[in-house]
Design a protein around this ligand. Structure first.
Ligand SMILES: Nc1ncnc2c1ncn2[C@@H]1O[C@H](COP(=O)(O)OP(=O)(O)OP(=O)(O)O)[C@@H](O)[C@H]1O
Length: 369
């Protein structure tokens, strides 16, 4: 556990970046610091590994004041990931990751083996180890940054806007990856972002800062959305608040209806008769995209290059009302695609059906009316 006790940071020019911060970061959880630019998120984060020292108050790591720890030693137990990954440009990817185990006394062979394992863990193919950072995409560099931060197996991981320099699709992928990793690793993660959506998605708890380095609210994502502490938090988390709150409601009770499917590579004439759209699936019944019946009527064999990419998918195994509704709204056919845990088409889902389920949840008091 990391505890901030009345922590203040006043820079020499008089700027108060953090003002009397009291906050306890739970062990083994993701805590997100979020807030507008200049509100003291980075300063708060960097005080944890003593890159910055507070001018008042104290920070305890597992009950011990971090001022009593030698900074280099302290940092061995605290991984650090930053926005531009911060990789060594003249070292290969594998050597970038192996640096830390080498520093802590591993043999070269053991360090490389560990690095290889970590690259796999963050979803990078082994052959990428030989490349130099410049030969990787931004998202891949971020993965290497995460692998490197994990190399010493630190119990604590600090992440400062790690995904903000990549495009939204890659960011979504990196966020999923982080959640998956965390479910295996149980690190104590402190994650800084200015993006409230990212905070809500990743955080077990979210600390909302306001300019002047003051904590406006510290709560779980659903509490933040349901009960913002004041007007500032309300306007900060406010955008699409009702819609985002759907992300916390299980869609298990939402009925999934039929959807016309057509297997790729089969004759178009064999496709189910429909006056609207069909979802094209692969051999395993996984969705590839949509074809309108008009397009279908012009082709002999269904090929996957002609499909219109669909919207988001709704996973019946663990989907929320938000993902169910989003799948319906983002589909060109107006019908969301529900898939099972293996990604196979389970049926279609309509926006109206989701809204009915929401109305039911309101009636039963599961969500406030
Ligand atoms: N070395 C410094 N000297 C003086 N003021 C500083 C210094 N570093 C940061 N600040 C100021 O402290 C305040 C908090 O900065 P900090 O970087 O912690 O904010 P932040 O919330 O992380 O912002 P951003 O989202 O823009 O990165 C800002 O007003 C900033 O200008």
């Amino acid at each position: 556990m990391i505890e901030f006790k009345a922590v203040t940071k006043k820079y020499p020019d008089g700027t108060v970046a953090v003002d009397s911060l009291d906050l306890a970061v739970d062990a083994g959880r993701i805590t997100v610091f979020v807030g507008p630019s200049g509100c003291g998120k980075t300063t708060s984060l960097r005080m944890i590994n003593r890159m910055i020292d507070p001018t008042g108050g104290s920070i305890l790591l597992d009950g011990k004041d971090i001022r009593e720890s030698d900074p280099p030693l302290l940092r061995r137990g605290i991984g650090y990931v930053i926005q531009q990954a911060g990789l060594f440009p003249h070292r290969t990817v594998i050597d970038n990751v192996a640096t830390v185990p080498l520093l802590t006394g591993a043999t070269r062979r053991a360090a490389r083996a560990r690095a290889q394992e970590l690259l796999e863990l963050v979803g990078l193919p082994a052959e990428m180890g030989k490349r130099y950072p410049v030969q990787l995409s931004g998202g891949q560099q971020q993965r290497v940054g995460v692998a490197r931060a994990l190399a010493a197996d630190p119990p604590v991981l600090l992440m400062d806007e790690p995904f903000s320099a990549v495009d939204p699709v890659v960011r979504d992928d990196l966020q999923q990856q982080l959640l998956r990793l965390q479910s295996e690793l149980d690190k104590t993660i402190v994650f800084v972002t200015h993006d409230i959506d990212e905070a809500i998605k990743l955080g077990d708890r979210v600390a909302v800062f306001r300019v002047g380095g003051r904590l406006a609210q510290y709560a779980t994502p659903s509490e933040l959305l349901a009960k913002p502490a004041d007007d500032f938090v309300s306007s900060f988390v406010g955008r699409d608040r009702g819609y985002r709150a759907l992300g916390f409601l299980d869609a298990a009770g939402v009925p999934v209806g039929p959807v016309a499917t057509a297997k790729v590579g089969t004759g178009a004439a064999e496709a189910e008769n429909t006056d609207g759209w069909v979802i094209v699936v692969d051999e395993e019944n996984r969705p590839l995209g949509w074809l309108s019946s008009a397009a279908l009527s012009t082709m002999d064999t269904i090929d996957k290059d002609s499909v219109v990419s669909g919207g988001s998918l709704y996973n019946t195994a663990d989907g929320s009302l938000r993902s169910a509704l989003d799948s319906a709204l983002s589909s060109p056919a107006g019908l969301g695609i529900a898939v099972d845990a293996d990604g196979r088409v389970a049926g279609g889902i309509k926006a109206d059906t989701v809204l009915d389920a929401l109305a039911r949840a309101r009636r039963t008091g599961e969500v406030p009316a």
